[in-house]
Design a binder for this molecule. Structure first.
Ligand SMILES: C[S@@+](CC[C@H](N)C(=O)[O-])C[C@H]1O[C@@H](n2cnc3c(N)ncnc32)[C@H](O)[C@@H]1O
Length: 187
């Protein structure tokens, strides 16, 4: 309960948080069925907030997997740093559009998954394209981009940059989410 209240307080101060409470465990599990936890992977998470997905990923990922968190809100970054002590995890206080600035050269083009909860609907068209192009660049050839969003507005910019998407819908979350699954190379 404490985590939900902290999340709500941060939402009140920062409109980019976009949701009043963290994503439900049911929705987290549904999105994460798109991730193969039996293999080592590198996953970049945009907008981890207070860690609804992050903690599930940490519990389920292999010892050699890596998780790189990209969070704009300093309160969330501090809370994540306080609650996570795991050598597999890095936490960065930058915008998703600047993700390349915190990745080492060998990781650019070698990321297996990007998982995103940032509210794309709040971004201008050019900023959306910038985040999507950076995402495409850091993913490996058979990498996947997974995004949970409150509406279908991501379809157009995703088609422009990636040329493909599949969507699923999770109605039993507050807010209900569209779940996008996008392949780097359009298959
Ligand atoms: C809808 S909340 C999702 C939080 C959490 N992942 C969850 O599912 O409960 C959106 C998160 O994205 C962060 N955010 C918004 N815009 C961002 C950006 N451009 N780059 C990185 N993080 C961003 C917010 O601070 C917030 O933590």
């Amino acid at each position: 309960m404490g985590k939900k209240i902290e999340f709500f307080k941060t939402f009140v101060k920062d409109r980019d948080v976009a949701s009043v409470i963290p994503t439900s465990p049911r929705c987290v599990k549904k999105v994460c069925t798109n991730i193969d936890f039996s293999k080592d992977f590198t996953l970049v998470e945009y907008g981890p907030g207070n860690g609804a997905f992050t903690h599930y990923l940490i519990e389920n990922m292999s010892p050699n997997s890596r998780l790189i968190l990209i969070e704009a809100n300093q309160n969330f970054v501090s809370a994540l740093k306080d609650s996570i002590d795991d050598p597999r995890v890095e936490i960065h206080n930058v915008l998703a559009g600047n993700v390349e600035s915190v990745l080492s050269d060998e990781l650019i083009g070698n990321v297996d998954y990007v998982l995103s909860g940032i509210p794309f609907s709040f971004l201008e068209w050019d900023r959306k394209i910038e985040v999507l192009q950076a995402t495409k660049k850091i993913l490996k050839d058979d990498g996947k981009f997974l995004a949970y969003q409150t509406s279908g507005h991501l379809k157009k910019p995703v088609m422009e940059v990636f040329g493909n998407f599949e969507t699923d819908f999770e109605p039993l979350n507050i807010p209900p989410y569209f779940i996008y699954k996008i392949h780097k190379n359009g298959h």
